[in-house]
Design a protein around this ligand. Structure first.
Ligand SMILES: O=C(O)CCC(=O)C(=O)O
Ligand SMILES: [Fe+2]
Length: 318
């Protein structure tokens, strides 16, 4: 990344394609860069074509089309009591958005169960294989970014403490946006921040925008050699506000179908999200009170449009 990066108009892009060993000079350098963009920006792109080549992204978008071609009755079988994580169909409030979700997505049997539900006559082995491979690579990238952030603060021990078994859940959403009927742009996903720890996604056409510190909406360029990474609210709490949260939204501008696949790493429902003691200064100042993750998610569902649900839910005023 250039040091004179044009922060005002572009989301920063980091290069992960050069081989680097954990602990090497290149690793340490990259850890500092990941920390810098996390603190300054809360959103960045990662060149990752050595792990996920453009053809694999291409294949995933093709597979998503196949998925959304299944009959509506089958899509509705993708049920989940967690808000957002089952099938969401188009509604009068949002005529353009549809999503399906898979939880515990790191498990191949979960991906297979989802595939068998959508294609009850024999499943769809090729879809299953594509989704399973992509999911594992996205989770791998989430873990890599987190390790780098923790390492940059000299707090590697938090990787296991935060991301350990039973503390976190991997969720995958497969989103489809309806093509625009006219030239008039439409909101596909309203402005929000991701509530979990970290998010990794890719999308096939333009529309994703992030809100900059200069109060401008900046487009995220859709690319088949990168992933886009967002820092989540839970990581902001952990760092006592050190990392930045990037509000983002989708504004549809094209008469083409937009597909997005997203991996979210989030605390489990009852996990307590709290500030790490290493980020608390001598005055003992916590910017946020501890809370159960799902209580915050439920609060923010009603409150998101106000702008900063985290501050209103858990913020402590000095
Ligand atoms: O569809 C996109 O490009 C972004 C989706 C998103 O931000 C989300 O699902 O949290
Ligand atoms: Fe998001």
């Amino acid at each position: 990344m250039d040091s004179d990066y044009d922060y005002e108009n572009k989301v920063p892009c980091l290069d992960f394609t050069k081989g680097f060993e954990e602990g090497s000079e290149e690793w340490k350098n990259l850890c500092q860069q990941v920390r810098q963009v996390s603190e300054d920006y809360g959103c960045f792109q990662v060149l990752y074509a050595n792990v996920v080549p453009p053809e694999q992204h291409e294949d995933m978008f093709t597979k998503m089309k196949e998925l959304y071609d299944v009959p509506l009755e089958l899509k509705k079988m993708n049920k989940n009591p967690r808000p957002y994580d089952g099938y969401i169909g188009r509604t009068p409030e949002n005529l353009f958005y549809e999503s399906m979700g898979i939880e515990y997505a790191e498990r191949s049997d979960q991906v297979r169960n989802f595939t068998n539900l959508m294609w009850p006559a024999g499943g769809n082995p090729s879809f299953c294989e594509s989704l399973d491979s992509m999911t594992k690579k996205m989770i791998g990238l989430e873990h890599l970014c987190l390790k780098m952030i923790f390492d940059s603060y000299g707090l590697k021990k938090y990787f296991k403490a935060l991301v350990g078994k039973d503390k976190c859940i991997n969720l995958v959403h497969l989103i489809r946006y309806e093509p625009l009927p006219t030239d008039e742009p439409k909101l596909g996903t309203p402005a929000h921040t991701d509530k979990g720890i970290i998010t990794v996604l890719n999308t096939n056409i333009q529309g994703l925008e992030v809100f900059s510190k200069e109060n401008k909406w900046i487009p995220v360029e859709p690319r088949k050699d990168t992933f886009t990474v967002f820092i989540g609210d839970s990581l902001k709490v952990w760092s006592n506000g050190r990392v930045h949260l990037s509000r983002h939204r989708v504004v549809l501008k094209e008469k083409n179908v937009k597909y997005t696949y997203v991996a979210f790493l989030a605390p489990t429902d009852d996990e307590v999200v709290e500030v790490a003691k290493e980020f608390i200064d001598e005055d003992g100042f916590h910017r946020y009170r501890p809370f159960k993750f799902m209580d915050f998610v439920r609060f923010s569902i009603a409150d998101e449009h106000q702008g900063d649900p985290l501050q209103r839910f858990a913020g402590i005023v000095d």
